[in-house]
Design a protein around this ligand. Structure first.
Ligand code: CA
Length: 676
């Protein structure tokens, strides 16, 4: 859809809604907030100030050109603001920042708009997802974020709705149900918007569903197309030629079991080639001899699909795990980058799916360029010249248990990776987790149960030693590791890389760390106190560069990890934002501050004369001695008379009651200034 058509639609919609006055002059200018259009999205690579779409650009590199924070000064980074989400479960969203506003999502599909400079809440939208839906979600009640376009904020809900909000007010403009009511589809992924279309997928392959991806008109919410990834009942007409051909790779009555192949996370878009890329998920159920008893590749499970965004037609496909048998989704992050390979610049698409192989494909044709194992791989001995895995004997657990690596948690899961064109490296939140698979012969399909057809109590058999994680820097041209930083625990955060030669990543044990992008040297750490699984992002306002991440432990491994997840940091869900300190004041400014007069200044002076050497400068305690910002009226008596046998002296000889009240007033002021 062209911009002109979109604007006409907006005018019609505004008139139809009767909310704002139908004013054509107002409708043909960019909306005051979130006036993102295709031109801005296409130029996003050079616009470091904003973070306009899920992976920053349509190519999803998660690389920022900002350089104000760099490898030389990152050690000075300090917390600028934080926003308490009031939630305690997994936070997986990448915030969007546009026109000074930060939009993000949390558990149960709640959306927040914050002032990106201060963290002040502008509005909150709660779609009121019924909590019963939670049991139909395989991997926590998470949400990975919004899309912003034409003054609207788009997001999916756990119960399968796609909702458009007014970016300024947070009021719903339209909503559509994108999934059949009553079936175990859930949405956790972020929508993407391109050419007036909102693209949204869903999950549910553990619950016996059939995967698809849909496009809706961004202005009206009207459905535009729906592309199934796996074939349905062959006795009914196939939706497309692609589904007819795909059905030849299935056997048995797969459609009665669901099939799987859900599009629950990754997408990317190349406007020059006119191709939309999506990753598809695992088979449903997991065990292929149950799902497709006569064998077959089971297209398009565990595949990268290139679609024509005009009609959703499948242009090419590449299957990473033919006949998936291990929950090896290929929904992991897709990155589009132009790489020089053998002296030729190739338009590539890259993925590190769960199955442990790193793939580089030609994104115009889907041709396999190269692939290598980026983790321990036991289920295959390698890839053939077409990129097809060569399966290892016994790893498909025929009648007896098999220990397999990677596993259902993946050598890399949904946590986004990033690509830095200066270093030529991809930064993967990688992990080594050993899994056990044993077919459950008593399996029966049930919509409210895990439809995997393997014994679920293999989870209980995990010794904690079998799971670890690391930050892996991977050279996609040479297909080899450049460096790695071990984390101990698996299930760490997504990554961000910047032109300041930096990589940022949060960890399961609650640290937020900056590394040099070229050699992996750690440069700075802040202890957030809550396990981080989301990816960080960065933006700039008035020359100040901010780095933000959502910290909230959860997700699939976060919930089911058991003893393998011991030592993670479980704390309140919070969005934390860092920046470099503001300019250091001059000696004249410091002297003017120190010698100023007035009651507050007198209280401050008395506090620093008598209290600060134990209770901390600026009334911030950095030790186990009480932080007096939280003191009540009782402080006056304690200051004058002390507390016997504690080391708190009586200051009755030095201070009178009025002095103590001035100190208390100063402490209250400091609480206001420093505690959110
Ligand atoms: Ca799965």
């Amino acid at each position: 859809m062209t911009r002109a058509v979109l604007l006409v639609s907006l005018v019609v919609l505004i008139a139809a809604c009767g909310g704002e006055e139908a004013n054509e002059a107002a409708a043909v200018v960019q909306p005051a907030l979130a006036g993102v259009d295709d031109a801005r999205l296409a130029a996003a690579a050079d616009d470091g100030e904003e973070w306009l779409t899920h992976g920053r650009t349509w190519s999803e590199e998660r690389h920022s050109p900002l350089t104000a924070v760099d490898a030389d000064n990152v050690a000075l980074l300090q917390r600028r603001w934080s926003f308490d989400t009031g939630t305690e479960r997994g936070l997986e969203a990448t915030p969007i920042v546009v026109d000074g506003v930060l939009y993000t999502t949390g558990t149960w599909s709640v959306v927040w708009a914050l002032d990106a400079r201060t963290g002040e809440l502008l509005w909150k939208y709660d779609p009121a997802v019924a909590k019963e839906v939670g049991r139909r979600a395989c991997c926590d009640v998470v949400n990975r974020g919004v899309a912003v376009y034409g003054g609207r904020v788009y997001f999916g809900t756990l119960d399968g709705r796609l909702i458009a909000l007014d970016a300024e007010s947070g009021a719903a403009v339209w909503q559509v149900q994108t999934t059949p009511p009553g079936e175990s589809y859930t949405i956790t992924g972020a929508p993407r918007v391109l050419e007036g279309k909102v693209i949204i997928g869903n999950g549910g392959a553990e619950f016996g569903v059939r995967g698809y991806v849909s496009a809706y008109d961004a202005a009206s919410g009207d459905p535009l197309w729906r592309t199934f990834t796996v074939p349905g009942d062959p006795s009914k007409p196939f939706e497309s030629e692609a589904m007819k051909q795909a059905a030849e790779t299935w056997t048995g009555s797969w459609w009665e079991l669901g099939g799987g192949g859900t599009v629950w996370d990754s997408m990317a878009y190349d406007p020059e080639l006119g191709l939309l890329y999506v990753g598809t998920g695992n088979g449903s159920p997991w065990v292929r001899r149950v799902r497709s008893p006569g064998g077959g590749d089971n297209l398009h499970l565990s595949s990268i699909l290139a679609l024509d965004p005009d009609d959703g037609r499948i242009v090419w496909h590449f299957q990473t795990t033919p006949g998936d048998n291990w929950d090896f989704t290929a929904t992991q992050h897709l990155i589009l980058a132009d790489l020089e390979i053998d002296g030729v610049v190739r338009k590539t698409i890259m993925q590190a799916p769960k199955n442990g192989f790193f793939y580089v494909l030609d994104r115009e044709t889907g041709e396999f360029i190269s692939g290598e194992a980026y983790a321990t791989v036991t289920w295959a001995t390698g890839l053939d010249e077409d990129g097809r895995p060569i399966e290892a004997a016994g790893q498909d657990y025929p009648e007896k248990l098999a220990l397999v690596q990677p596993t259902f948690f993946g050598a890399h899961n949904w946590q986004p990776m990033s690509f830095n064109p200066a270093t030529g490296l991809v930064y993967i939140p990688a992990q080594e987790v050993l899994g056990a698979y044993l077919q459950d012969p008593a399996y029966q399909r049930s919509e409210l149960d895990f439809n995997v057809a393997t014994h679920m109590n293999v989870f209980a058999a995990f010794p904690p030693e079998v799971a670890s994680g690391h930050l892996l820097a991977w050279d996609p041209v040479r297909q080899r590791e450049a460096w790695r930083v071990p984390h101990g625990l698996p299930w760490n955060g997504g990554t961000l890389t910047t032109a300041g030669n930096l990589v940022f990543q949060g960890t399961a044990d609650g640290r937020f760390v900056a590394y040099r992008a070229d050699d992996g040297r750690p440069l700075w750490v802040d202890h957030v106190g809550t396990g981080i699984i989301a990816a960080p992002m960065t933006y700039a306002i008035d020359g100040v560069q901010y780095v933000s991440v959502m910290a909230g432990w959860g997700g699939a491994f976060g919930l089911v990890g058991g003893t393998a997840a011991r030592g993670v940091a479980v704390g309140p869900g919070v969005l934390v934002t860092w920046a470099l300190p503001e300019a250091i004041p001059t000696p004249e400014q410091i002297e003017a501050y120190v010698t100023r007069t007035g009651e507050l200044a007198d209280g401050e002076r008395a506090y620093h004369q008598w209290c600060a050497r134990c209770h901390g400068a600026g009334a911030v305690s950095s030790s186990n001695i009480p932080d007096l910002r939280f003191a009540g009226e009782g402080l006056v008596d304690i200051a004058l008379n002390g507390i016997p046998d504690t080391g708190m002296p009586a200051f009755g000889a030095e201070l009178d009651e009025e002095d103590a009240r001035l100190i208390l007033r100063y402490l209250r002021k400091r609480k206001e200034e420093t505690v959110r």
